[in-house]
Design a protein around this ligand. Structure first.
Ligand code: ADP
Ligand code: MG
Length: 380
């Protein structure tokens, strides 16, 4: 990819880039809706990502180009433009990073030429948006001769997405891309936030089945789950559900209406499952980790009620297949993708069989993607 990026940069801008950065996409491994409840989550940095090349200009212009986005777009350094719409909307990610830099005491870059190249599907729940932010941020900082703690870079990229782009994502996307390491998962305590890595046995493989389904009411359903969790915490007398253990919740069961109890039970048990997954992985036990993934899905299905028949079907198919440790919906739910943790023996033919069974039932084929862990965001 690096040689291709340098060649394309030369073809577009007639010169060599000064700085190259790359950041990976991610999978949510386990920790479903735990982030805004002050809990923990585990993410996988995958072996696909976005590359960004930049070179400084001194004529007060910023020129952007993406292989995906087509033509060069030129913007002035002075009076930076507000949010872009239409074909230029991908610029909001690097522009959001530029806008966030001063909020974290860092200098925004002056003029530059910018080219992005990607081998990460966009809009597939693999967080291409965070990869683009992280790669842009590292490139801009290096171009200006600045350095910043990794946690700062991660938080400013999240700020870019929350404030400039306007997507209320949690810290998982940027945290995993920023703190990722090959053959490791990223373990995030969302309340700090604080970041750590957990070794993952090298035999782990990931398969993602993206259904491209999305519940028509997904935003409202997210908001409802958020509300139900906060209501449960209030009835339990805590700030956030992460402050309640599964045993304490069971003891306080009478305080909650049935719906709030189910939501709370999902969250507190999911946080316990994240801890148990870390323990299983530290023991090198992928089979135990896989069982926890499937348990997480069943909890989404029955307690949090953020699964769908499409996602349940994929999990049922996958967990019945050989060489699969476990499977679950990945991301917010109400549609989207299922992730399976498998041994290296799980084959393309098996994945195709699952996709075919799904197509026969639901009339559309899911996209199938194989991934393994990869490096975190870094200058190249
Ligand atoms: P996800 O983060 O799950 O991939 P999002 O909707 O959050 O989905 O982000 C996708 C957006 O990120 C795209 O619509 C586009 O604006 C931007 N993006 C992703 N990949 C690229 C790329 N290679 N070049 C330019 N923009 C990209
Ligand atoms: Mg995204």
């Amino acid at each position: 990819m690096k040689a291709e990026l340098i060649a394309k940069f030369a073809a577009r801008f007639g010169r060599a880039p000064a700085v190259i950065a790359r950041a990976p996409g991610r999978l949510e491994f386990i920790g479903n809706h735990t982030d805004y409840n002050g809990g923990t989550v585990l993410g996988v940095p995958i072996d696909r990502g976005i590359w960004v090349a930049v070179a400084a200009r001194d004529d007060g212009r910023r020129r952007f180009c993406s292989e995906a986005g087509g033509a060069i777009k030129t913007l002035p350094v002075e009076n930076p433009p507000a949010k872009q719409r239409g074909a230029g909307s991908w610029l909001n990610y690097p522009l959001g990073v530029i806008a966030a830099l001063p909020e974290f005491g860092l200098r925004p870059p002056a003029g530059f030429d910018f080219l992005a190249l990607s081998d990460l599907p966009s809009g597939a729940g693999l967080s291409s948006s965070a990869a683009l932010e992280l790669a842009s941020a590292l490139a801009f900082l290096a171009l200006g001769g600045q350095d910043a703690p990794r946690a700062t870079v991660v938080q400013l990229c999240r700020r870019a997405e929350n404030h400039f782009v306007g997507v209320p994502c949690g810290i998982l996307d940027q945290g995993v891309s920023g703190f990722g390491q090959k053959d490791h998962l990223v373990h995030i305590d969302c309340r700090g936030p604080s970041f750590a890595t957990v070794p993952l046995p090298a035999a782990a493989r990931f398969w993602v089945f993206n259904t491209h389904t999305k519940h028509a009411l997904v935003d409202g359903l997210y908001a409802a789950r958020h509300r139900e969790c906060m209501a449960a915490a209030q009835l339990l007398g805590v700030a956030l559900l992460a402050d309640v253990s599964p045993a304490a919740l069971e003891a306080a069961r009478a305080k909650l209406p049935p719906v709030e109890f189910r939501r709370a039970r999902h969250i507190v048990e999911e946080i316990a499952r994240v801890d148990a997954t870390v323990t299983a992985l530290r023991a090198g036990d992928l089979a135990a980790a896989g069982r926890l993934l499937t348990a997480s899905h069943r909890s989404s299905q029955l307690l949090f009620e953020n699964s769908t028949p499409e996602l349940d079907f994929l999990v049922d198919q996958l967990t019945a297949a050989p060489h699969v440790h476990g499977a679950r919906l990945t991301g917010g739910g109400f549609g989207g993708a299922v992730m399976a943790l498998t041994t290296p023996e799980f084959s393309e033919a098996q994945a195709t069989a699952v996709a075919t069974a799904y197509a026969e039932k639901f009339g559309a084929r899911p996209d199938v993607l194989r991934a393994s862990t990869g490096d975190g965001a870094a200058l190249q």
